[in-house]
Design a protein around this ligand. Sequence first.
Ligand code: C2E
Ligand code: MG
Ligand code: MG
Ligand code: MG
Length: 292
Amino acid sequence: YLAKEGRTGVELYQPDKDRNSPERLNLLGDLRRAIDNSELQLHYQPKVSLAGGAVTGVEALLRWCHPVHGPIPPSDFVPLAEQTYLMRQLTEYVIDAALEQAARWWHNGLQVQISVNISARDLLDAALPEQLEVGLTRYGLPPSAIQLEVTERILTGDQAYTQETIKALATLGVPLSLDDFGTGYSSLIRLQRLAVSEVKIDASFVRRIAESEDDDRIVRSIVDLVRSLGLRSVAEGVESDEVALRLAEMGCDLGQGWLFCQPMPAADATAWLGDRFAPAPGIEYGYQPEVT
Ligand code: C2E
Ligand code: MG
Ligand code: MG
Ligand code: MG
């Protein structure tokens, strides 16, 4: 898992191994320390308007530079953290770091919406909306300065508790984005019942629209449905001009992917955003920060 080619060459963690395997416990211990030792960093990947190339928001993606093993991708440690109480700490860290960066950008006229990935399990935590409210107030940011990306798994599991948190977020005004759409359990119809404002079409469909009629039709119908529900559509994994053009022609609102740029550290993202930022509907820009 961690030891995929070109990485450490040592097998650190396999998800199917014993819960108490030394590898798993080591990595969890390292991650616990990483949170305090600033080994974690957020990189930012823009969401680009497919119609004109303007940028309205960025997605924050977590990076871990392990002192011994080097960079460890989130797919190798987020699922591990998700099985433990560490996930809560990780999400707390990510939200704080994202709000701090949002404040830096907003107060310098770059009013981009920062999307943060959270785990379905985070929605069981009543403290999440509270943390957001406190953070937004502290930095003088409107609730739409941040957005939470969740996967369709919010539809499974403990619905009652999850619904409570989703309601609290809606009251607060923090928007939700449905990530990796198409890979999970929800039918298009169930979208309607979710309090989401954005749907991100999974890269596995997007990547193939230029080659496969079926994938083209699937993505087209998702884009149409998302639009008819009054939501914003985002295509993940846009890697070629051809795919971007097709998506634009379908009426897909935003695209993200290597065609535009990779996720970048904050300083690089600031430079990249420079003249590309554009206001987007649904975000309050005239917000008067409370003085605290
Ligand atoms: P995601 O939220 O669906 O993020 C999209 C992933 O696709 C990112 O991988 C991004 O770097 C990658 N990507 C972007 N454009 C392209 C492209 O054109 N081609 C290809 N092949 N890939 C592209 P990354 O950063 O490795 O993150 C993987 C997953 O880890 C994320 O999927 C998200 O589910 C999770 N994750 C990342 N950061 C966090 C975090 O702070 N908290 C939580 N809970 N999960 C996170
Ligand atoms: Mg995401
Ligand atoms: Mg995704
Ligand atoms: Mg994904």
